[in-house]
Design a protein around this ligand. Structure first.
Ligand SMILES: Nc1nc2c(ncn2[C@@H]2O[C@H](COP(=O)(O)OP(=O)(O)OP(=O)(O)O)[C@@H](O)[C@H]2O)c(=O)[nH]1
Ligand SMILES: [Mg+2]
Length: 316
């Protein structure tokens, strides 16, 4: 049996989240055409049965935010998430978009991968968009920059090349027992996934600065037998953005809410009552307190700490 942690690394928009979802076969991470969609690391667990020439394996995949130059607290936090995901991983999947020119960011990505001190598999993604002959010079260029374990052309969207990838990935992992029970798919709380689905709709429906200046927090999540009742707030940075998010006669907010509700209902498998609010919080992206507060891992730690205190007080 093989098992290990595999970090998906790459520039914004390369197709990291699409790959995670394709490998796991569930939508665990939101995907949009806008760069910097993913803001924190997202775990997806693959339990692979043995097949000819391949032992049984548990692969813990970690999708990460796109590697970019940080300009504010949020960006810094995103890059911290990338470094956290690389720490102690057993394998790196470096994914590059073949439709994009090799730019100044790529050497930074290679450098991060190298510092993980693990084998690195290079995935040339979106091959459905280019002619095969265009790949050869690319492969040659990349292979000069690092001794990749393997270079595999894939299309994460069309799910081509993924069988090959699974074989190579399992081969590169150490022998070991599973880290998690077989029925576990991710560590993400449902609350967070709901907030992400709302954010995905904001990203898809808005333009220019708004996608980057918005975030979503769940205010209330009441589970019912037949219906869950959820309230969430979309935070933006300026009154003008708020006006756009509300839209003429509330049309934009309605569109975002309806589409998000459909998706949440599909995920939860039941009806949902979704209330959305919009608040302005100037400069939130540069407030470390606010940015830290968005981190669900941090939220869970805070809840656990509070419960410990309350428990201790009871004993006193
Ligand atoms: N044609 C094509 N499009 C793809 C492929 N993989 C991803 N995309 C598209 O590329 C865009 C970005 O995909 P994501 O999966 O969100 O990319 P990401 O690397 O997670 O991006 P960030 O989270 O912003 O860093 C989306 O519009 C995807 O549908 C592919 O194999 N072929
Ligand atoms: Mg992503």
């Amino acid at each position: 049996m093989k098992s290990g942690f595999v970090t998906i690394l790459g520039r914004p928009n390369a197709g990291k989240s699409t790959l995670l979802n394709a490998l796991v076969g569930e939508k665990l991470a939101i995907v949009t055409h806008k760069p910097q969609t993913t803001r924190n690391r997202i775990q997806g667990i693959l339990n692979l049965p043995a097949k000819k020439g391949r032992p049984k394996a548990q692969v813990i995949l970690l999708d990460t935010p796109g590697v970019h130059r940080p300009e504010n607290r949020l960006d810094k936090k995103m890059m911290q998430e990338v470094r956290n995901a690389l720490e102690g991983c057993n394998l790196v999947l470096l994914i590059a978009d073949v439709t994009q020119k090799f730019g100044v960011g790529e050497p930074l990505v290679i450098d991060l991968a190298r510092r993980a001190n693990t084998p690195v598999i290079l995935l040339l993604n979106k091959v459905d968009l280019v002619d095969k002959p265009r790949l050869l010079p690319l492969i040659e260029h990349w292979s000069k920059l690092h001794d990749f374990r393997e270079i595999i052309p894939i299309s994460a969207r069309n799910k081509t090349g993924l069988d090959d990838l699974l074989d190579v990935m399992v081969r590169a992992l150490p022998e070991g027992q599973p880290y998690f029970p077989a029925d576990r798919l991710t560590d993400q709380p449902v609350r967070f996934m709901v907030a992400e689905i709302v954010r995905e709709q904001v990203l898809i429906s808005t333009h220019q600065e708004i996608p980057y200046a918005t975030t979503v927090l769940i205010d209330r999540f009441e589970e019912g037998e037949r219906l869950d009742s959820i309230a969430a707030t979309i935070y933006c940075e300026r009154d003008g953005q708020k006006a756009i998010l509300i839209g003429k006669g509330g049309s934009m907010l309605k569109k975002i809410g309806t589409e998000a509700r459909h998706q949440i209902e599909r995920m939860l498998g039941k009806k949902v009552f979704l209330e959305l609010f919009i608040k302005v919080r100037a400069g939130w992206r540069d407030s470390s307190d606010f940015v830290e507060g968005l981190d669900w891992r941090r939220q869970l730690e805070d809840i656990a700490a509070r419960e410990q205190w309350e428990q201790a007080q009871k004993i006193e």
